[in-house]
Design a protein. Structure first.
Length: 174
């Protein structure tokens, strides 16, 4: 069974129309139709969002390929701003619905403004240094350090110099 057919089967099984799924994913109904009929291959980011909205892991779209997944460099979503480049190595739904893994590069200054998430984050500093602000307290981090924290408390990152890092985010079940 092809990916598109499997998406259609799951979508119908959870009682969603193409239009409703498209709205939840943020794409057009025509795009969902083309994905389901094999007219286009969705990016990993769109596939991840479809899986999330359907409440199924991405691997459920590939029933014969559960033991091995390759995400080519050109298929890894990249979010960029002037202060931060974040490459989504493993989107939610590949390992499980609640886990995503990313690789980041940050420029000096505030690269992640104060925010909260529902879950935990684990970050390894590959290169550079930063000040991590967590629940109003500053923690200095440098190359080789690992930080593990509950993301439900406000946190921000201010880099002292160009920095590279590897992060794992695990969402709490809701």
């Amino acid at each position: 069974m092809e990916v598109g057919s499997r998406i259609r089967e799951i979508r119908k099984g959870v009682g969603l129309t193409m239009k409703h799924l498209a709205q939840k994913v943020g794409v057009s109904t025509l795009t969902i139709h083309r994905i389901e009929t094999g007219g286009v291959s969705p990016s990993v980011a769109v596939l991840s969002e479809i899986a999330h909205q359907l409440g199924h892991p991405i691997t459920s779209f590939f029933p014969d390929q559960k033991d091995l997944t390759i995400i080519r460099a050109e298929d890894q979503p990249l979010a960029e701003s002037s202060a931060l480049a974040l490459r989504l190595l493993v989107p939610k739904g590949i390992i499980s619905e609640g886990i995503s893994i990313s690789l980041g590069k940050a420029q000096p200054g505030e690269c992640v403004s104060s925010h909260t998430n529902i879950g935990i984050e684990i970050t390894y500093i590959i290169k550079g240094s930063c000040s991590f602000v967590y629940d109003g307290k500053n923690y200095d981090l440098k190359e080789g350090d690992v930080i593990y924290f509950r993301a439900t408390k406000r946190h921000a990152v201010i880099t002292d110099e160009a920095m590279e890092f590897f992060s794992v985010f695990v969402r709490d079940a809701q």
